[in-house]
Design a protein around this ligand. Structure first.
Ligand code: NAD
Ligand code: 0WE
Length: 262
């Protein structure tokens, strides 16, 4: 018997096989959840359709989360085609590439607005739009990163967006707790995906991560997926407003010594 048997999960943010959202999708499918997917750009459809087929998802809808009308439209289809949902996953983040290099202090007003809109506000927008469609005991999950809590080289405006996202998780959890709806985030360690591999210096960050983490390795999309299953399952029924690190323990380390002194 799967942990999510009888539940329906609506997952935003699958772009390709490497997406964290795809690791979550596969884990939730394995645990018996019915899967529905939403993707962000028309040109992603030809990649997402075959993936949807792998997990038996009939509901596959375009939704650019920077557009209120598209959010409204996708949830109208949820009402018509999917029925009530138990799990909402938000695995979406975007900033202008130019803002993910150089100094944070140089961030433009337009770049700041876009990063916060797509990476932070969209979670609140999706949760609000989902409210009439949630079953009793439903939960929402988003993805964050350590750059919300500490200054990470080049993460810049995305770190500020993730800080806003993590605070949103707490306010949403406080708002919706009385209705039995839980809201949590997974803060994942650095993983190679479309959104990360284009980032300059990512390779050395990736190997540095494996060096400092207590488990002495990186993690996988599948491991994030398994933690997502737990947080969205009834085993986490008293867990809400939480930022749960899935990072091989890296975030607990204060500093490391150079090899010769260790
Ligand atoms: P990804 O590129 O596979 O996923 C990002 C998704 O955001 C894509 O599916 C993209 O289409 C979608 N998106 C961007 N703008 C959108 C818009 N306007 N409307 C709708 N969708 C839009 O990369 P990923 O690494 O799987 O990222 C997923 C989440 O995980 C992001 O929130 C990211 O910040 C977070 N995260 C990533 C890492 C990492 O190292 N890869 C670590 C921690 C957290
Ligand atoms: O949240 C992320 C990815 C965020 C991201 C990445 C891109 C690259 C391409 C948002 N927007 C864009 N826009 C683009 O045009 N991560 C946690 C992965 C990541 O991204 C970094 C990191 C890490 C880790 C950027 C700089 C430094 C570290």
């Amino acid at each position: 018997m799967g942990l999510l048997e009888g539940k329906t999960a609506l997952i935003f943010g699958v772009a390709n096989k490497r997406s964290i959202a795809w690791g979550i999708t596969q884990a939730m499918h394995r645990e018996g959840a019915k899967i529905a997917l939403s993707y962000g750009l028309p040109q992603l459809e030809r990649r997402v359709r075959p993936l949807a087929e792998e997990v038996g998802a009939d509901f596959v809808e375009l939704c650019d989360v920077s557009d209120d009308a598209q959010i409204e439209a996708v949830f109208e289809k949820v009402g018509q085609q999917l029925g009530k949902i138990d799990i909402l996953v938000h695995s979406i983040g975007f900033a202008d590439r130019d803002d993910l290099m150089g100094r944070f202090v140089d961030t433009s007003r337009a770049g700041f607005k876009m990063a916060l809109d797509i990476s932070a506000f969209s979670f609140t927008a999706l949760v609000r739009a989902a409210l009439p469609h949630f079953n009793e005991g439903a939960s929402a999950l988003t993805l964050s990163y350590y750059g919300a809590a500490k200054a990470v080289p080049a993460y810049n405006v995305m770190g500020v967006a993730k800080a806003a996202l993590e605070a949103s998780v707490r306010y949403l959890a406080a708002d919706l707790g009385p209705d039995g709806i839980r809201v949590n985030a997974i803060s994942a360690g650095a993983i190679k995906t479309l959104a990360s591999s284009g980032v300059s210096g990512f390779r050395s960050m990736f190997s540095e991560f494996a060096r400092i983490s207590p488990l002495k390795r990186n993690m996988t999309q599948d491991e994030v997926g398994n933690s997502a299953v737990y947080l969205c399952s009834d085993w986490a029924s008293a867990v809400t407003g939480e930022i749960h690190y899935v990072d091989a323990g890296a975030n607990i380390i204060g500093f490391t010594l150079p090899e010769e002194d260790a």
